[in-house]
Design a protein around this ligand. Structure first.
Ligand code: NAD
Ligand code: UGA
Length: 422
């Protein structure tokens, strides 16, 4: 089976490379010539552990191109894995998905063989069966389910663990209205040992949103209880260790700290809230999840001011800029509100991240970037925003540390230490 993937970002690139590792021939398509060139040179266009090795291992089965037409023409299944960012009102912006579908539909018009189009991007329930179907049918002049296949196959990988998550998923969710598409996807994934959920595309889309919303809810819930724990002298880690021992609850996603960032949890929860509102339903719990999450990183600044009441002119170190360890992705990183707050207080910021500094420099060119984590410790106080392993190897003795992610070396050795929820 030959596969094309439209969009070579965090999901498209990993998906394509993993399919090649499963033995399929894969054509990766992107509008960005730098990403295309990078993949063809054997280098991933994003930072993801293990991806470079996997590209090199499967070089003969992977090629990248900007030519969507030929890629779709020459393959049996096309995955759409382009971005679905937030609109101003929180709803998702389908511009990239629909534009890609227009281009794919143009190719389907010419193509005689049965072709399958699968939406892998995260889209609001009903999108594939409604707007995507209409665009594809209009541009191709053909009928979905009869002349071409259409389905939804949402992705559940985490950045930093993406290859493992793709190749050993908890479940694979396949949404398809026609049996040919459903069967083709089952065959495609047959070498992966995982539970498969076969359902409609709108249910598949809702499973994706509800999963992200449930995980985000666990985090905000843990952080609210964590804030109370800190105030009354309890360590929230011990609490959630105990809570998570209940099999009905599970210990996962109970790590307290400065909240969730990244390109998906904040965006997807906002999209679910906005989409529900458009349908006359107010999602009160998810509104609260977002509100708690926005306030959480600002707690670091109040804790800092307990020890340094005036930040004007003070050197403040920031350790960690990526939204989580293992990635260079800074989308909706908690670093944004912390750095903005520090800048408006007149602090001098010295920041460090092992892989995300180049990305942050484009947004905050005015702050100082350190060449090592150790250099950041020279500041008057240090804030920890991402739990990179290397931060456990630093010598925090004599330092003021305000910790948003629980680095044990800092907790045990800093002269003055404040954990955000412990
Ligand atoms: P991304 O921004 O990293 O990548 C999207 C890519 O699509 C970019 O390289 C862009 O140049 C390309 N693109 C846009 N329009 C195109 C077109 N017409 N033709 C070809 N290429 C085009 O996005 P991402 O993080 O990979 O996310 C993609 C989708 O997957 C989103 O809907 C997201 O919510 C979902 N998702 C992301 C993750 C994650 O961990 N990042 C996990 C699961 C699901
Ligand atoms: C998340 C989901 O875990 C994936 O299943 C999903 O596919 C993806 O979103 C998506 O739809 O894009 P990801 O954003 O890569 O994956 O990273 P996570 O490991 O889930 O972390 C997200 C954020 O939550 C990070 O900022 C992390 O620091 C924070 N987090 C996570 C906590 O604060 N506490 C926790 O216990 C876990």
């Amino acid at each position: 089976m030959k596969i094309s993937i439209v969009g070579c970002g965090y999901v498209g690139c990993v998906t394509g490379v993993c399919f090649s590792d499963m033995g399929y021939e894969v054509i990766l398509v992107d509008v960005d010539p730098i990403k295309v060139e990078s993949i063809n040179k054997g280098r991933p266009p994003i930072y993801e552990p293990g991806l470079e090795d996997l590209i090199r291992k499967n070089r003969e089965r992977i090629c990248a191109t900007m030519n969507l037409k030929d890629a779709v023409y020459d393959t049996e299944i096309t995955f759409i894995a382009v971005g679905t960012p937030s609109n101003g009102d929180g709803s998702i912006d389908l511009t990239y998905v629909l534009r890609a579908c227009e281009e794919v539909g143009d190719v389907l018009k010419e193509k005689e063989d049965f072709s399958i189009v699968i939406i892998k991007s995260t889209v609001f329930p009903g999108t594939t069966d409604n707007r995507v179907r209409k665009v594809l049918e209009y541009t191709s002049g053909k009928k979905a389910g009869i002349d071409f296949g259409l389905g939804s196959n949402p992705e559940f990988l985490r950045e930093g663990n993406a290859i493992h998550d793709f190749l050993s998923p908890d479940r694979i969710v396949i949404g398809a209205e026609d049996s040919r598409t459903a069967d083709a996807l089952k065959v495609l994934y047959s070498s992966i040992d995982s539970r498969i959920v076969m359902t409609s595309s709108r249910t598949a889309e809702m499973i994706k949103y509800a999963s992200n919303a449930a995980l985000a809810t666990k985090i905000s819930f843990a952080n609210e209880i964590g804030n109370l724990c800190k105030t009354i002298g309890i360590d929230s880690r011990d609490v959630f260790m105990g809570v998570g021992m209940d099999n009905r609850i599970s210990p996962a996603f109970f790590k307290t700290g400065i909240g969730f960032g990244g390109s998906c949890f904040p965006k997807d929860v906002r999209a679910l809230v906005a989409g529900a509102r458009a349908n006359g339903i107010e999602l009160n719990i998810l509104n609260a999840v977002l509100k708690t999450n926005e306030a959480q990183p600002l707690r670091l600044l109040s804790l800092l001011q307990k020890h340094l009441p005036t930040l004007e002119g003070k050197a403040i170190g920031v350790l960690g800029l990526a939204f989580k360890p293992g990635t260079d992705d800074i989308r909706e990183s908690r670093a944004f509100s912390v750095i903005t707050g520090l800048i408006s207080s007149g602090a001098k910021i010295i920041a460090y991240d092992p892989v995300a500094m180049e990305n942050l420099k484009k947004i905050f060119p005015q702050i100082t970037y350190a060449s090592s984590a150790r250099a950041v410790l020279e500041a008057d106080a240090v804030l920890i925003l991402t739990e990179w392993d290397e931060f456990e190897d630093l010598d925090y003795r004599g330092k003021i540390v305000i910790d948003g992610r629980r680095i044990e070396a800092a907790r045990q050795n800093a002269a003055i230490y404040e954990g955000v929820c412990w």
